[in-house]
Structure formats: structure tokens, C-alpha cells
Design a protein around this ligand. Structure first.
Ligand code: HEM
Length: 343
């Protein structure tokens, strides 16, 4: 006979009834029902369980096996998932989240930081080949810069708080202790949860403003084939954005940004008319973690090139204007279009 909660309960009720009847001296009634039945002999599983309880008093394996069988049982409280005592996939989620995502994701970020540092030390800042002319040309409007910085700052706030939520317990908890770390994480979690929707809005605005300049063109193939002149040091002409920036725009900001946002909305529980099951949240959490790590790694590369990695790049996003020498060297086709009055 299989050990199920039902069988165990039945055995318990029977033994309880027998001892109760014995104690009451109601032998005839009890005899009629249990006299010829030695419950320990009939129910071998129960006997084995009893022996185990004596020999290995701490071993509750059969009970836990049954409780951990992922079956939904009846409960009267109004919670649609309370009938499953232990949800098995929760353990798989925990292993993926604390194993694959934390370990591999952590290494990816460390490797990217190492790569950037190596490029900076070995190659240094990408300098202009021609001297600055002192003549400025307009590269970004006020709205364009606003949408970029809104997206950038909301992303950075999300990245810092998100990384603390994922990795903080490994390096901050031992230093800070539970109480201070718990308080810090509560603040981080709220910043993260409330900045998420702002980030989604900023991506949508950014997409609408910049999509036309990020459509693929045949010049991108040449740029990609030559790695943007990274190895040869030659100028590779490009339109307003080069192929590298377009990859960042489509794969990083648009696709990963939308995946991170969508899964974040599920985790924030703000998607209207959605059923939030435990499994739904676990899946959303894994998708969110993977996409967020990939986006962070790409963003690290972008932030490096857009700030200390390339001479004159940040000026465009800060002031809206770049030097003509910069425009000609990095985006020659765009420069020609502006100069000829086409743009
Ligand atoms: C402090 C951090 C950042 C700095 C210094 C920075 C800098 C820049 C600069 C200088 C440009 C203009 C490049 C050009 O003129 O061609 C730019 C463009 C851009 N940035 Fe950032 N950025 C930062 C953070 C971010 C973040 C976090 C994101 C995304 C979440 C982002 C997404 C973009 C995109 C998509 C473009 C335009 C590329 C295109 O449309 O092809 N930036 N950034």
C-alpha cells in the first residue's frame, strides 16, 4: 500500500478508535471491528514507518515526500495556491536565480569591466585624427537629449539597485549585518520598483524619437565587416548613427529594454487583468534577471565609449553640439548631409 496522507490519517483514526475503545472498556464493540486486525501487520508501510521513527527518529522522509509531491489539496482559505503546500518548481527557480544568474551574471559583469579596463589601459581614449576646428554643428535637440538622459539615469538607478538586490547579500550583508542591510534593501527595492515604469516610458519616448535614424542601411555592412575601423584605425563613414550604435539601439535598448520592462511590470504586479501565480512570478524573475544582466553588460560598453572612451562624444549629448572635426571623422555621411543642407 502506498503511503498517502489519506492512508496515514485512516490508520491514525483506526488506532485512535481502538485505544479509545480499550480505555473505555468497550471491548465488544471494539473487538467486532479491530480484534482480528493487527494494524501494524496489515499495514506494512505504517510498520516500516514506525520502525523508522524508532530507529531514525529525525527521518521524516515519507511525510516530506508526500508533502513535496506538488499536488493541490483542498483548503478552505481564499487563496488559490494555498492547496499546494510545497511548490516544487520554486526550488528549481531558486537554483537558477542563485546559481546560474548570480554566478554567470556576476562573472559576465566582472569580465566586461576587465575588458573595458584593458582597452582603456592598452589603447587609451579614441582620439580625433584631425585637430578640433572650433566650429560647432548641431547633433541633438533638447528633446532628444532629455529622452536620452531620462533613460540613462533611470537605467543607472535600476542597475545599481537591481545589482544590490541580486548580489548584495554576498558582499554587503557580512559587512553591514542583517538589520542595516535589510533596511538598505527595503529602500533599494522601492527605488527599483518605482523607477521601473519611468524607465519603460523613457524607452518608448526614445524609440519614437530615434527609430528613423537607426533603420539599417547598406553602409552598416561595411562598418560591421571592418569593426568600425577599430583594428585598422581607418575612418569608416556612417550616417547619423553607425552600425555599432544601431545594434545597441535595437538589441540593447529596444529588445532587451522591452523584455526587462515587460517582466518588471509583471514583478511589480501592475499588468492589468493578469493572474499572478507563483510560477508566473518565478518565470518573470528569471527572464528579468537574464535580460537585465545582458543589458547592463552592453550598457557598460556604451557608457565607456560615450564618456571617457572617445574624445568629443559626450559633448554632443551634453550640449547638443559637436565639433565639425568630430562629426566628419565619426559620422561622415551624416556630416555631408548636414553640410549639403539635406538634413
Ligand atoms: C552615464 C551614462 C551614459 C553616457 C555618458 C552616455 C553617452 C552617450 C552619448 C555621448 C551618446 C551619443 C553618441 C553619438 O553622438 O553618436 C549616446 C547615445 C545613446 N545612448 Fe547613451 N550614455 C549613457 C547611458 C545610456 C544608457 C544607460 C542607455 C540605455 C539604457 C543609453 C542609450 C543610448 C542610445 C540608444 C544612444 C543612441 C544610439 C542610437 O540611437 O543609435 N545611454 N549616449
Amino acid at each position: 500500500m502506498r503511503i498517502t496522507i489519506k492512508n496515514l490519517l485512516a490508520s491514525l483514526v483506526l488506532s485512535f478508535a481502538a485505544s479509545f475503545a480499550f480505555a473505555q472498556g468497550a471491548a465488544p464493540v471494539a473487538k467486532a471491528q479491530v480484534e482480528s486486525v493487527n494494524i501494524l501487520e496489515v499495514n506494512k508501510d505504517v510498520q516500516a514507518q514506525r520502525e523508522k521513527a524508532e530507529n531514525q527518529p529525525a527521518n521524516n522522509q515519507p511525510i516530506w515526500k508526500s508533502a513535496n509531491s506538488d499536488q493541490a489539496h483542498y483548503v478552505s482559505i481564499p487563496n488559490k495556491e494555498a492547496g499546494v503546500l510545497i511548490q516544487k518548481s520554486g526550488q528549481q527557480w531558486r537554483l537558477i536565480r542563485n546559481g546560474v544568474i548570480t554566478v554567470w551574471g556576476g562573472w559576465l559583469i566582472v569580465i566586461m569591466a576587465g575588458l573595458i579596463l584593458t582597452v582603456f589601459v592598452v589603447k587609451g581614449k579614441i582620439k580625433l585624427h584631425e585637430p578640433m576646428t572650433g566650429r560647432l554643428m548641431k547633433r541633438f535637440s533638447g528633446l532628444e537629449r532629455f529622452s536620452h538622459w531620462l533613460m540613462a539615469f533611470s537605467f543607472i538607478a535600476l542597475a545599481i539597485t537591481g545589482l544590490l538586490i541580486l548580489f548584495g547579500k554576498h558582499f554587503l550583508l557580512p559587512i553591514m549585518g542583517g538589520t542595516a542591510y535589510g533596511a538598505l534593501l527595503l529602500v533599494m527595492k522601492n527605488i527599483h520598483n518605482f523607477t521601473g515604469p519611468l524607465f519603460t516610458a523613457s524607452i518608448l519616448l526614445f524609440f519614437v524619437i530615434f527609430v528613423k535614424d537607426n533603420l539599417p542601411s547598406k553602409d552598416d555592412l561595411y562598418w560591421l565587416a571592418t569593426f568600425g575601423g577599430l583594428l585598422s584605425g581607418k575612418h569608416i563613414p556612417s550616417h547619423r548613427f553607425n552600425a555599432g550604435e544601431k545594434i545597441w539601439f535595437w538589441a540593447g535598448v529596444t529588445i532587451l529594454g522591452m523584455v526587462v520592462s515587460g517582466s518588471g511590470w509583471v514583478l511589480d504586479m501592475i499588468v492589468p487583468n493578469m493572474e499572478y501565480w507563483r510560477g508566473t512570478m518565478q518565470l518573470a524573475n528569471i527572464i528579468h534577471g537574464v535580460a537585465a544582466i545582458l543589458m547592463t553588460v552592453m550598457a557598460m560598453g556604451h557608457i565607456y565609449v560615450g564618456s571617457i572612451g572617445m574624445e568629443g562624444a559626450l559633448q554632443g549629448m551634453k550640449t547638443g553640439y559637436v565639433d565639425e572635426a568630430w562629426g566628419k571623422e565619426h559620422h561622415e555621411l551624416w556630416y555631408n548631409d548636414v553640410k549639403s543642407g539635406k538634413l
